[in-house]
Every structure is written in C-alpha cells, then in structure tokens.
Design a protein around this ligand. Structure first.
Ligand code: SF4
Ligand code: SF4
Ligand code: SF4
Length: 252
C-alpha cells in the first residue's frame, strides 16, 4: 500500500509528448486526482519540481541518448513504482522504427557529415530497467491512465484488459478486416482503446502492445494469404520492431 498523498513524478524522454497531452486533457479528472496525490515533478504540466524519491514515476518516451538512459536508471532507483506511458516507452514505438543504418543515411543527408549524432537505438524502457506497469497506446487512452493510477492508490496491482482489440471491435459493430483480406493486428493486440482505429476505417497496428497469450504465428499465417512479406513486416514494425514477442515469433 502506498503512503497517503503519494508523490508522483512525470518525466519524458524522446517522443512527441502526445501521451502527456492526453493527461493534460483530463482537466477536471486530473484536478480530482490531484486531491489524492502530489504531482511533484512534471516538466510539461507545471513549473515547480521536487527531487525524488517518488512513490510513482510515470515515464513517457524512449531513452535515445546516454544521458536519458542514465536518468532512467536513476529514476528507477528512486521510485517505488515505475510506469511506462505510451507506446514509445512501453514498446520503443515510433522512435524505434528506423534502424541505425538508415539513421546514419538521414543524418548525413539532412545535417551533413559534420554532424556528430548522439542518438542510440530506441528500445522499450524495460530493456534497461524493471517496469511495473505499462499504460499502452499511441497515444494512450487517458481513462486507462486514470484507472491504472487509481488501482495503484487502492493498493492493487493494475491489470490489463482481459481481451484483445477484436473484442472491442465486435462491440463497436465493425465488419472484420481480415475477412475482407485486409491486414489488421487486432487479434494479438491488448484491448483498452475501444478499437478506435478500426472504427475510424484504419487497421489496428498494435499500439496497445501484444497480449500475453497472443498467437502471432497463427495471425501471420492468415496475413500471408493476402499480403506479401514486406507488407506484413510494415505492420509489425510500426510498433513492434523492438519488442521481444514479435522478434521471438518472427522465424516461425
Ligand atoms: S506513444 Fe505516440 S503519442 Fe505517445 S509520445 Fe510516443 S509517439 Fe507520441
Ligand atoms: S477488424 Fe481487426 S480488430 Fe476488428 S475484429 Fe477484425 S481483426 Fe479484430
Ligand atoms: S486500434 Fe490498434 S492501433 Fe488503434 S489505438 Fe487501438 S491498439 Fe492502437
């Protein structure tokens, strides 16, 4: 059980800050939450900050410089609970799409060979430190963030939804893309977003992370019926180029 008025810190590494913007958009809910917690460090949301240790540290973004990696390790040491906020932090996400060889090409093309890049490969926070829970999404669903923090405040371990995006997609009444020979990663993706992309006419690219019991080889077999390897790779590499589950199942 966490102390009364737990101290929360919100940090960001390299990312677009879209997930933090979702937290800001909570407005009244955030103010209500602030009656139960002290947000003592949040660069994007307030001017004052207090040093650690913290009860809960929420981190958005992927660490892509040595300085960010060192800060991540320091925050882990100074936090009872560490939460990854959004796909960049939980999966490597968008910053992880480009491999090092391609980065080198674009660095040179854009900044000339005089530029000395400091960037390293973007990988999930969990590649460096223990992550206690991930609030998934690109961007996150802000209500899922509130749910996770409230469960922690109640002394519980937050849980993931017990269903895939397909369940929410069926609830929304969408026709299934796979039955129309269109790719979709819904069957292997953790639910919680309400199948927002599919309802809006787009495929699911899996930003909520891969479900524990996901059968990736089975989905690949279905996709292979109507999509070539390059297209399948494009889907899986959108958010999962650096996630262990995808890479583990790649050869099957
Ligand atoms: S997960 Fe998506 S919305 Fe959130 S910070 Fe990363 S790129 Fe931005
Ligand atoms: S469209 Fe995608 S998310 Fe919806 S049921 Fe089919 S596979 Fe699942
Ligand atoms: S439908 Fe898929 S890609 Fe879209 S928000 Fe949900 S999990 Fe992410």
């Amino acid at each position: 059980m966490i102390n009364n008025k737990p101290r929360i810190a919100i940090y960001d590494f390299t990312d677009c800050e879209g997930c933090e913007t979702k937290l800001v958009s909570l407005r009244e809910k955030l103010l209500l939450l602030e009656k139960k917690v002290d947000i003592v460090n949040w660069r994007l949301g307030q001017e004052y900050f207090e040093a650690g240790p913290y009860d809960i540290t929420i981190i958005e973004g992927a660490p892509i410089t040595r300085h960010e990696v060192d800060l991540l390790k320091e925050l882990r040491e100074n936090s009872k609970i560490l939460i990854a906020l959004g796909a960049c932090a939980a999966l490597g996400g968008i910053p992880a799409i480009m491999p090092e060889k391609d980065r080198k090409y674009w660095y040179e093309k854009i900044y000339t060979s005089q530029y000395a890049p400091r960037g390293i490969d973007a990988v999930p926070l969990s590649a460096y430190v223990k992550v206690d829970f991930s609030i998934h999404g690109c961007p996150i669903d802000e209500n899922e963030a509130v749910r996770a923090v409230e469960e922690l405040l109640a002394g519980k371990t937050p849980s993931y939804r017990g269903y895939s995006v397909c369940f929410e997609c069926k609830q929304a009444g969408n026709p299934c893309r796979l039955l129309e020979n269109k790719p979709c990663l819904g069957p292997i993706t953790q639910g919680g977003c309400g199948a927002i992309c599919v309802s809006g006419g787009s495929p699911c690219y899996g930003c909520f992370g891969i479900r524990d019991e996901a059968n990736i080889p089975a989905l690949r077999k279905i996709l292979e019926k109507f999509a070539d390897e390059k297209e399948i790779e494009r889907y899986f590499s959108m958010f999962h180029s650096r996630t262990e589950d995808f890479n583990k199942n790649k050869e099957k």
